[in-house]
Design a protein around this ligand. Sequence first.
Ligand code: ATP
Ligand code: MG
Length: 399
Amino acid sequence: MLVKNDKIRKPEILKISDHNILPESLDKDASSIVHRLNEAGFEAYIVGGFVRDSILGLKPKDSDVVTNATPDEIKKIVPKTRIIGRRFKIVHARAGRRLTEISTFRAADKNQTSKSNKGLILRDNNYGTIEQDAFRRDFTINSLYLDLQKMEVLDFTGGYTDLKNRILKTIGKSSERFREDPVRILRAIRFKSKLDLKLDPEIEKDIHKLSYLLEEIPSGRNYEETLKMFMTGSAEKIFLEMQTYNLTKYLLPQTKNFLSSKKDKRFILNALRDTDQRYRNNQTLTPSFLFSVLLWPALVNKTGPLNFKKIKITKVSRIANFILKKHNENCFIPKRIQQSIKETWELQILLMKIPEKAHIAIKHKRFRAAYDFLLLREKSGEKLNQIGDWWTKKITKKI
Ligand code: ATP
Ligand code: MG
């Protein structure tokens, strides 16, 4: 959506007494990036999730910075950066495990895809002003700009009021915004669940009407989106909402078929609840564990129960290849992660061969994940002769 008639809209300006974001709560990396850009004469703000979550009193995941400097200019000013993206170039700044995304003000991207073969000039032309940038964003609550010099939040789209009323609204008509980019449907579900928001009735209606567009999303983007949904602390809730809105079939078509089984559903929900707990405890989360859980019911459906040691690992491996290949058609898992998923599954057989193969299993680099996976299966009601206990004792040197 463009600024109508190119009129400059004045933002609402929120003081610290309104937004309550204290300077000491700022992320050091993002602040230092903003200061460097300011010192070099550019405008720069913190935008998106950080501002939104801070106003809600939640702990933000990371920070996004937006500026009028172009990616090449950013790269010269900010250390340890990498330009990424083809259609839109953005800059990633890394400090240890933390990542700050720096983007350049952009105007709405109407017709951009169909014309993208025209190359760079068009892309450059797509850079815009802060006002245009505010209106090309997805939801009003994601379009709040924090000015670090004045500690003021600039609100062009009414996001602050929506946030206070805990309502999710798209900027402009949701039917248009979802058609432009159907991933916004998934984002709507993610923000609703994570932030406990109501959906604007128009969004609610358009999700039902337009969710079929999710079939068009490139498989790599689906993968990235699945990670954001299930590895950021609200996996269980998001999974249940995905069910309510009948969206599971787009991201996880193979999993969807097994959710009427109480046993499979319990297994997946237990795993997602654990994942959320690990996120809260700042423990590591891996995509391979997540997908080995989500695709497990589909695997077992083809292998038959994996609860006796006679089953051949080669059979599990063959069926695993089949399941992953099918999954990759609409959600592409990177090769090395596919390998870890397979190993976690194959180790389920080896872990049953106790005590004779225990010394091999325990040395495997995927042992820990496979052991956690085994405990999860038992916790979800699978009868495995209490081998989980055996392994727990083994690890804690009680055997
Ligand atoms: P999170 O806390 O999960 O990072 P976020 O809102 O910061 O949430 P990001 O994916 O980091 O989400 O995106 C940063 C910002 O970029 C968003 O707040 C939004 O303003 C904008 N944005 C992201 N994806 C889209 C999209 N598909 N369409 C329009 N704007 C988007
Ligand atoms: Mg973000």
